[in-house]
Design a protein around this ligand. Structure first.
Ligand code: SF4
Length: 446
């Protein structure tokens, strides 16, 4: 059942900076305003990377299309990657009248019998919330019977947007999974990566560096995640929020319940990757660990700078505009500056107040209406490249400037030191690509 008190609490998260200074809540639901993604979509996107889990959407078949496979979240769980198949109870008119709980129960039985997953996550959606199916009852009976966690996520689309949905997904994990299993031993430098979805393998760019320093990844929510690891997340010594402030409610609650402190970091760009490593290591206050970290940072930075020499030469004097969402408004801007580009403006349309504050430290012009502003700014500042989501490609073509897709449709990782080389390569291909100049020209026969 939708918990109104919880939703109010999540929208007024006390750890958010804007709530500390000025009492203001986050994205309040506006009826019908789900164009940026509904709460169900948000919850499924944030939990979908658990590949050892079957994700069952209790809804008419259409809901599943809203969120399935929208990001290239990679997994190393190849044995039985359950995220390759979408599961839905396909609620129909008959179920709306007589209730869909029988169908839900049958679906769970089918999944256990044929897929044998480590866990099943069941998502509540608009229709099943409105008809009042008692999903908690069905799922707890199924959990008892099959001895695997059957987690209910109460995130029907009508409660709000994608951001709130991520929080609701994390709530379910907090109450139904974290703390339900004990590890064989507790690592002194164990961390949880919260809000890292391993899109295009971003996480794999830096976990080997952390492990070399002596840090152990206990669990991730949810990039390349395993349900058993998240059950033991309460035994980590530090929570690391990776570029996703939407999950700050979870880390605050884990601090209150399990006394796990948290740090918030970004692994995009050279400066931010080095700072992220330092923030994690400094949180442990261990001299040897810090020393090792500094040695590794120094070696990685010098390797990177060496590889960046030809790109920096190519990008000298080149100007960029960035139009992307949330924390990427500043984290990608920082990465672009690290490869030698001047970032003229960045979009903060979908950014939180905190992200806007950080973005203003990196870039002078913050666009609140990029659809209108970016084309004007390209002309005014003689910009060479636009980095944005697919929809802005047409602006780049019209303005005859190079274009790189930096949203989830991107094909390679831009994370950490190695990812920065990938970003430099993509920018160089775009800058050198004549097609952006030619495609916007008048037809030769005219
Ligand atoms: S949960 Fe509601 S808003 Fe979201 S896709 Fe389904 S019907 Fe649409």
């Amino acid at each position: 059942m939708v918990n109104k008190k919880l939703i109010r609490e999540l929208l007024n998260e006390s750890s958010c900076t804007h709530n500390k200074t000025k009492k203001s809540s986050c994205d309040k639901p506006k009826p019908g305003a789900t164009s940026g993604g509904c709460a169900f979509e948000g919850s499924q996107i944030s939990l979908f990377p658990f590949a050892d889990v079957v994700h069952l959407v209790h809804s008419p078949a259409t809901c599943i299309g809203a969120s399935w496979e929208t990001r290239q979240t990679l997994t190393s769980y190849e044995k039985q990657n359950n995220t390759l198949t979408g599961y839905t109870t396909d609620v129909n008119t008959n179920d709306v009248i007589f209730g869909g709980t029988k169908k839900l129960e049958d679906s769970i039985e089918y999944i256990v019998k044929h897929k044998n997953p480590k866990s099943i996550f069941v998502y509540e959606t608009c229709v099943t919330a409105m008809i009042g199916d008692d999903m908690d009852n069905v799922c707890s009976r199924m959990e008892e019977k099959h001895k695997i966690p059957v987690v209910v996520i109460h995130s029907p689309g009508f409660v709000g947007g994608k951001n709130l949905g991520s929080r609701l997904g994390a709530e379910s994990v907090f109450h139904q999974l974290i703390g339900t299993k004990e590890p064989k031993e507790i690592h002194p430098f164990g961390i949880n990566l919260i809000g890292e979805y391993n899109v295009t393998g971003d996480m794999w760019q830096y976990i080997s560096i952390l492990e070399k320093i002596g840090i152990k990844i206990i669990s991730t929510l949810a990039g390349d995640g395993r349900v058993e690891n998240i059950q033991m997340a309460h035994r980590a010594k530090l929570n690391v929020i990776v570029c996703a402030k939407s999950l700050i409610s979870l880390t605050r609650k884990m601090q209150e319940k399990y006394q796990i402190p948290y740090v918030s970091v970004s692994f995009y760009g050279k400066r931010d990757t080095s700072n992220a490593i330092r923030s994690i290591v400094n949180a442990f206050g261990d001299e040897n660990l810090s020393k090792k970290a500094e040695e590794i940072i120094k070696a990685e930075e010098s390797k990177l700078e060496e590889k960046l020499i030809p790109y920096k030469k190519l990008f000298k004097g080149k100007k960029a505009i960035l139009n992307t969402g949330g924390n990427k408004s500043w984290s990608i801007a920082s990465a672009l500056q690290d490869i030698g580009l001047e970032v003229v403006a960045t979009s903060v349309k979908k950014a939180t107040l905190e992200d806007k504050e950080i973005a203003s430290k990196y870039v002078d012009i913050l666009m609140t209406n990029p659809g209108v502003e970016q084309a004007k700014l390209i002309d005014e500042h003689n910009v060479d490249i636009l980095l944005a989501g697919g929809r802005s490609l047409y602006t780049a073509i019209k303005k005859k400037v190079a274009f790189v897709d930096v949203n989830q449709e991107k094909k390679v990782s831009y994370g950490a030191y190695n990812g920065l080389i990938n970003l430099a390569k993509d920018v160089s291909y775009a800058v050198n690509n004549r097609v952006f100049k030619i495609v916007g020209s008048p037809e030769p026969w005219n």
